[in-house]
Unconditional design. Structure first.
Length: 109
């Protein structure tokens, strides 16, 4: 089961890395960042194929999207100086709490 979650966190990492590269692609006109972005997304989906065989797809998608949203919002604040209100930060932490609850109380296949 630990290997499954490692694949899931690897998929989240790759998806976040690809998303963070979106501004650098300049509407997909820059070859290098666009290529790296494509590899990141393809790797993320490849890793997810292993995870959906072990965990319910609803749990996988909730975890993947929830932690991805949380991570991208924090990294956007750090690297792109995007503002986060206290309400946004509270909402992000509620997402994380929700992901923890969903994973704690779900049953594997």
């Amino acid at each position: 089961m630990m290997k499954t979650y490692l694949f899931l966190f690897g998929a989240i990492f790759c998806e976040v890395a690809g998303t963070m590269l979106l501004p650098a692609t300049q509407n997909f006109t820059k070859l290098t960042p666009t290529s790296i972005l494509a590899v990141c997304y393809l790797t993320a989906f490849y890793l997810l194929t292993f995870v959906v065989n072990k965990l319910p797809i609803a749990i996988v998608y909730a975890t993947w999207s929830g932690l991805g949203i949380f991570t991208i919002a924090i990294l956007g604040y750090i690297f792109f100086k995007q503002n986060l209100s206290w309400q946004s930060v509270l909402g992000l932490f509620l997402i994380v709490i929700g992901v923890i609850l969903v994973n704690t109380y779900s049953k594997a296949i």
